[in-house]
Design a binder for this molecule. Structure first.
Ligand SMILES: Nc1ncnc2c1ncn2[C@@H]1O[C@H](COP(=O)(O)OP(=O)(O)OP(=O)(O)O)[C@@H](O)[C@H]1O
Ligand SMILES: CC(C)(CO)[C@@H](O)C(=O)NCCC(=O)O
Ligand SMILES: [K+]
Length: 256
């Protein structure tokens, strides 16, 4: 079985793939201090709770936080007896290339999203991922990652408002009933919710204008469904896009 690990700046998601389906998915806060032994105790407890026998013999990692990779490598080696594939490292081949400025480092999550989007939908895509940052990844006709946009994440923007302004409380994002808020919380929610609808819409429209062919827009990440509510921002929402991309990259490397 394959253990696929998607490590973001906020959360790290572990999924077990049996070759056909994901048996379970587990999420923990990203913390570079967490050791291999701590990961293993946590994983084994959850897997026994789900009644899944742990026979992991392969590991693939995408990490936007370089420092956590060390302990995840130790986890693979010590507990699963294997060397993990790490997206972005030379030994991990990608089925599709990238066309960006020489010397630039693309976030592995964005490359994985591009691979997954191309696998499911073919090329000419915009993938919008609502994580710590809101990213826009463009897949060309042949599936190559050709760039995109990085905007501050929704929760990050709300936190920034709260931290910078003494009279603004911490609030969660939600779709407000009205655009004109009549109290502080409604005003903040309106600003962030409708601000992001405008941001996503505006960036996608401008990417489409700059690109020469019609494009499909795919969304992923915990907050995507909220923004899809009542607005035709996306052609599809796919919860498991990054995990799917990790399995595609794993299979590609296994065959090579
Ligand atoms: N309605 C909601 N309001 C607030 N937060 C939500 C809501 N729905 C989902 N979330 C949160 O959105 C987050 C989405 O997770 P996702 O994996 O897409 O990104 P992340 O973990 O925040 O970022 P990263 O992948 O960069 O670490 C989760 O932390 C989840 O708790
Ligand atoms: C933009 C984030 C933080 C989104 O997770 C990540 O993809 C990243 O750290 N990227 C590096 C820079 C880039 O993708 O161009
Ligand atoms: K993510």
């Amino acid at each position: 079985m394959l253990l696929a690990i998607d490590c973001g700046n906020t959360n790290t998601v572990f999924s077990i793939w049996d070759g056909e389906q994901f048996l379970c998915t587990m999420r923990t806060a990203t913390d570079q201090r967490r050791t291999a032994d701590q990961y293993f105790v946590w994983l084994s407890t959850l897997l026994s709770h789900h009644k899944i026998t742990m026979d992991i013999n392969a590991v693939i990692i995408s990490s936007t936080v370089p420092r956590v990779v060390f302990n995840l490598r130790v986890l693979s080696d010590r507990y699963f007896g294997c060397r993990p594939l790490v997206v972005g490292k030379p030994e991990c081949a990608l089925p599709v290339g990238m066309r960006v400025d020489a010397g630039t480092t693309v976030g592995p999550d964005r490359l994985v999203n591009t691979v997954a989007g191309y696998d499911r939908h073919g090329g000419d895509l915009i993938i919008v991922d609502f994580g710590t940052a809101t990213t826009f990844d463009v897949a060309d006709q042949d599936g190559a990652y050709i760039g995109g946009a990085i905007a501050p994440g929704v929760n990050l923007s709300l936190r920034a408002l709260h931290e910078a302004a003494a009279a603004l409380p911490h609030v969660d994002v939600t779709k407000p009933a009205r655009v004109i808020g009549t109290n502080t919380i409604d005003c903040m929610q309106s600003g962030v919710f409708w601000g992001y609808v405008g941001l996503v819409n505006g960036i996608c429209e401008q990417i489409k204008a700059e690109f020469s062919r019609p494009m499909k827009v795919i969304s992923t990440g915990g907050l995507a469904p909220l923004f899809q509510q009542g607005h035709a921002l996306f052609d599809a929402f796919e919860d498991d896009l990054t995990m799917h991309g990790l399995t595609v990259i794993y299979e590609y490397n296994k065959e090579k």
